[in-house]
Design a protein around this ligand. Sequence first.
Ligand code: CMP
Length: 147
Amino acid sequence: EKEKTLAIIKPDGLLGNYTDDIKRTVLEYGFRIFKEKTVQFDEATVKRFYAEHSSKSFFSSLTKYMTSGPVLVMVLEKDNAIADWRALMGPTDARKAKITHPHSVRAMCGLDTQKNCVHGSDSTKSAEREISFFFRELSADVITEHD
Ligand code: CMP
């Protein structure tokens, strides 16, 4: 079985109509979109999702941003999916991505360190947690869901 990772297209990605470009890039790089759904985060759910960042200075602005509109959550599958999706996203700071990784997803659609358009699991452990968070125990409102 191939490795799976969790990817999120954040509110600015959906609002800016980058979904099709991001999906095309993902498929070009050999990922399969195993599952996907559109979700509107509520505050409690996004705080649980980003619990590891709860002590950070940017936590409240992060939760505000992530509840500002729907997000598209995808389970991506390929060999080495976790590291490959992180490489394809590019650096957290989209301004830096535009300079150092011009072909990355964040260079294409991100704005800055917070509004960076996409999320990806950073390890095997977080991929497992994040995939089950959305596809087994989700309490946020699910707008659409399909395999
Ligand atoms: P993500 O990969 O989803 O993980 C945590 C998120 O917090 C990150 O992307 C950004 O959206 C946000 N973030 C990380 N660092 C900062 C920062 N220094 N200032 C504001 N937001 C940040």
